[in-house]
Every structure is written in structure tokens, then in C-alpha cells.
Design a protein around this ligand. Structure first.
Ligand code: 0L1
Ligand code: MG
Length: 263
């Protein structure tokens, strides 16, 4: 049940997307629309997605956010959320990422899944997800909330496509049966110093549970996750702020590493 009319949703989508494209921080939208609900928030996010696809961008994948205690505590929120990834957000391993195109980026270590069969909730769980997984791959997300000082609530962050900005895949892929993603260790280094460590279980107890939650949340809207979808499951660690000149390397147990440099 939305509370906002179609014109307001379209105007808020344009407002938030412009903040992204013009690299401008804005106040959280619930300051002006305190009564907006979850449906409004996702309607704004889907309107941003339609704007990007309408300009010729392609969908590169889906993401879950706020799936770990570390992230929820860091941001003062309690519920996982989902968003989308667009083609221009994908950067190669070792990329030089232009800081000028971003507002106040932070990086988080994640594990991504690529599906080989459709997943449709309700009723998805770790078992159905692993059976539908082609491979898992190390992935580091660069988030960049468009809200001033990363101060937001859940509805504002959903509308802002869960702070999606860039992502980098790397290392080695593995079949789900070949790697224990629940116990998989990760070490994040910034400029050669260890800044965060964690294991896959930080993500809802098992990263596949994050994919299951996504399928069930989409299922409630009558949507599914198609075969061949790339899905980021959420930060294993708290997000680490980066500035021009910073080098980030995340080492994944048995799966190699992912690096990037902010210029
Ligand atoms: O990927 C994420 O966990 C992002 C969630 C949005 C909140 C944030 O900007 O940290
Ligand atoms: Mg993330």
C-alpha cells in the first residue's frame, strides 16, 4: 500500500538519481515525507532502475544489504534490504576507481552467487539456493549513500538503491559444493594494514540464506531471480571509508583476492 502518488515517486527517483549522477549529498527523503512506507521506498528504487534501463544501461545483478550484525550495528538498522546493480557499477579486479565520481565511498567484503536455475519464493532456503547456484565468487562492494553523512533510515536507503555505487569481482570462482562459504575467512587490507576480518557466517548465518531471503522478498512481489543472475549477499565486515590514494585488497580463504585503488 503506497502513500505517495505516482508523480511524487517519479520526482523523488529523479531527485535521488541526480544526487548520484551529480555526486551531491542530500538530506534523507523521510525528512520531507515522514509517512512514506516500504512500498513507496521500493517504488522509488524501481523507478530509478527504470530510469537507468531507459537510458540504455543494463542490469548487472541484484544485491542484499544490511545482512550482517556488523553492518546493522554500524548503520543502526535491523532489517536486510535489497537493491540492483547496473552495468556501469562493475569494475575489473585491480581497477582504479575515480573518487571524483562518488560522494563518500566505503568498501565492504562480500561473497557473490551466480545462479543456474530460477529461484522463486516463498519457501526458498539454503538448500534450494545451493542447488540453484552455478558458482560463488569473491566480490567487494563500494557503497556510496547519497545521503548527507550516511545518515538515513531504512526507507530512505531502500529508495536510494541501498547505496549501490561500484563493485569488483575477482579471485577464483568455486562450485558451491567445493567451498564452505559459511566458514570462509576474509581479511580486508587498506594500504597494507589489516582493517577488517570476518567469515561468511556473518551474513545471516550463511551467505546462501541471504540469497534465499532475496528470493522470498521478491516472491512476495510476484518476482523471481532468473537463472544466470549475479547476486551480492551483503557485507561480511563493517564498511570501511576510503579516500583518494587508498589501496584496498581483500583476501578470501581458498578463493584468492580482490583489489582496487582509489584515484
Ligand atoms: O550493501 C549494503 O549493505 C548497503 C546497505 C545500505 C546502507 C549503507 O549505505 O551502508
Ligand atoms: Mg553491500
Amino acid at each position: 500500500m503506497s502513500t505517495l502518488d505516482a508523480m511524487t515517486i517519479a520526482a523523488l527517483a529523479e531527485h535521488i538519481e541526480n544526487a548520484e549522477l551529480q555526486r551531491r549529498a542530500i538530506p534523507k527523503i523521510t525528512d520531507e515525507y515522514p509517512d512514506m512506507d516500504w512500498d513507496d521506498a521500493y517504488a522509488i528504487q524501481y523507478a530509478i532502475r527504470a530510469r537507468k534501463l531507459g537510458r540504455g544501461h543494463r542490469l548487472a545483478g541484484l544485491k542484499m544489504g544490511l545482512t550482517s550484525r556488523a553492518k546493522m550495528k554500524q548503520m543502526g538498522v535491523e532489517t536486510p534490504v535489497y537493491g540492483f546493480l547496473a552495468d556501469y557499477m562493475a569494475q575489473p579486479d585491480g581497477a582504479e576507481i575515480a573518487i571524483d565520481a562518488l560522494v563518500h565511498p566505503r568498501v565492504e567484503a562480500e561473497i557473490a552467487f551466480v545462479t543456474k536455475a530460477e529461484l522463486k519464493g516463498p519457501g526458498c532456503h539454503i538448500g534450494t539456493v545451493l542447488a540453484a547456484t552455478d558458482f560463488v565468487i569473491p566480490a567487494v562492494e563500494v557503497i556510496d549513500s547519497r545521503y548527507e553523512n550516511f545518515r538515513f533510515d531504512l526507507k530512505s536507503v531502500i529508495a536510494d538503491n541501498t547505496s549501490s555505487a561500484r563493485f569488483v569481482c575477482g579471485g577464483r570462482i568455486a562450485a558451491p559444493a567445493a567451498v564452505d562459504v559459511r566458514n570462509l575467512g576474509v581479511v580486508m587490507e587498506k594500504n597494507g594494514e589489516v582493517v577488517e576480518t570476518g567469515a561468511g557466517a556473518a551474513v545471516l548465518g550463511h551467505p546462501a540464506a541471504s540469497v534465499a531471503m532475496l528470493a522470498n522478498m521478491l516472491g512476495a512481489r510476484g518476482e523471481s531471480i532468473p537463472a544466470g543472475t549475479f547476486i551480492m549477499t551483503g557485507g561480511i565486515t563493517a564498511a570501511v571509508a576510503v579516500a583518494r590514494g587508498d589501496a584496498i585488497t581483500v583476501r578470501y580463504q581458498d578463493l584468492g583476492s580482490v583489489s582496487m585503488h582509489f584515484v
